[in-house]
Design a protein. Sequence first.
Length: 340
Amino acid sequence: MDRSSHARSRRFAPAVALAAAAALTLAGCSSSSGGKKADEEGASGASAGKANTPRMTVALVTHQAPGDTFWDIVRKGAEAAAAKDNVKLVYSADPNAGNQANLVQNAIDQKVDGIAVTLAKPDALRSVLDKAEKAGIPVVGLNSGLADWKKLGLMEFFGQDETVAGEALGKRLNEDGAKNAVCVIHEQGNVGLTQRCDGVKKTFEGSIENLYVNGTDMPSVKSTITAKLKQDGDIDHLVTLGAPFAMTAVQSVDEGGSKAKVATFDLNKELTGAVEKGDIAFAVDQQPYLQGYLAVDGLWLYKNNGNYSGGGEQPVLTGPAFVDKSNVKAVAGFAAKGTR
């Protein structure tokens, strides 16, 4: 039996989960509406929008680098789902793929009820994900790894198609009249980042090259981009792959005396303000809050009702969507709360 068939057969046999399905019910009316309590209706699953299902533990393991605020949004989404679902959330992260694999192993050793993991460097996680499967621990993917989650036997995936997102951004560059662009990659070997830049190249009609920077050293990021802008005065657009790097690129444009515009993937509070001011031309939003929320909620649904989103065959896409001056005000309020 191949790995994908093995994983699929495991999905169809959650005996405990299916038995627990009868315990699930959604609260049909609020406490102020005079409705019956959940237990009076013979239900013990959820009351007033919060689960009363048995406490479960979920490990969320990402490739977050220190200081990358994008992951704060993912984590907030995961925490919101955990609070609703009576889940103990254990968060850990390391940008080094080997270390991330060790964190997954730690979760296995702790006998957690489910694991949500990012697959920025999927080959490095193959062995440890095999161990999770053998231990009978359900695993879902989020954010990075759309091309690999099924090969690695994961149940579900929540994120955006990075190639499609890149292609959409490339088309937007054409609409904006860009001719000479640079795609700034802040982590070498991260398949999702590479796919974004490759997608831009597929549809962008101008000239574009990749510029590699050390995303864990922001002063170095700024100096590298600044040097590139001074070296090539024809650069009219910088494409960054994360909100913090976009804000740094704005500084590089100023210091380099360049007229280049900055476009980016992903949002945060500071970046929405920069879009409003015109410092950032536009951003591609993949809704990281939704990724964290759906990953935890998906594991809860699987354990308690035998559900798996996409039927184990299709990913659940959370993006891409453009945020620019035309719609940024509608998003800014949520970004201020750290949820967009």
